[in-house]
Ligand binder design. Structure first.
Ligand code: FES
Length: 62
């Protein structure tokens, strides 16, 4: 899935940047030497990052 049409940032690129320390959408683009153009992708990239970086929920013990 393409998250950023302007800079051709897809799911794999967002995840790779996250694995290399990116915690914000701006950091994801910076990881690839880019900056926001229109900025429409910021919230969707951030949602992907938040989901990727969120700790797994513990399973309740019985
Ligand atoms: S869609 Fe990402 S800067 Fe335009």
């Amino acid at each position: 899935m393409i998250y950023c049409v302007c800079r051709q940032i897809n799911t794999e690129k967002v995840d790779f940047a996250a694995c290399n320390g990116a915690k914000t959408a701006r950091c994801v683009l910076a990881h690839y030497g880019e900056r926001f153009n229109c900025g429409k992708c910021a919230s969707s990239i951030q949602e992907r990052l938040d989901a990727k970086l969120a700790p797994a929920l513990p399973i309740a013990a019985e």
